[in-house]
Design a protein around this ligand. Structure first.
Ligand SMILES: [Zn+2]
Length: 129
């Protein structure tokens, strides 16, 4: 097992590195392997709720774009709204003009639906421009 490097702020799980400051994926390097891979399509961002979802999508080898991990699902019942998640970071990436398409791969449950519709509403403002 590797030793986790020091990380200022943010949650960190034992032996799993830290979160990429761009996409929030768990990584040992900064930015992560996905964000720093020039071969990937930077105009497409796949939005997932948890960092481990990235690995699941990677295994399919179907997706060649970048990722954005929300680090949770929007849950009105638990008082978790867009402000508690990493949607602002996603908006910043879309607003920067590089991202042309946002694919939502959030979980197919009620909370996932709330997350997806909020992300769609947030990003469509910029995607339509
Ligand atoms: Zn990254």
């Amino acid at each position: 097992m590797r030793t986790p490097t020091a990380c200022a702020g943010g949650p960190r799980r034992e032996g799993q590195g830290h979160h990429c400051t761009v996409c929030n994926a768990i990584t040992d390097i900064e930015p992560c392997a996905y964000c720093s891979d020039e071969a990937r399509d930077r105009t497409v961002v796949c939005v997932v709720e948890e960092a481990q979802n990235v690995g699941v999508i990677e295994k399919t080898r179907e997706f060649k774009g970048l990722y954005h991990v929300l680090m949770g699902a929007i849950s009105p019942l638990q008082g978790i709204g867009p402000d508690e998640l990493k949607i602002k970071g996603l908006l910043a990436r879309v607003q920067a003009g590089v991202v042309q398409e946002v694919i939502l791969a959030t979980n197919p449950n009620v909370e996932g639906e709330a997350t997806a519709s909020t992300s769609r509403a947030c990003s469509s403002r910029w995607a339509c421009a």
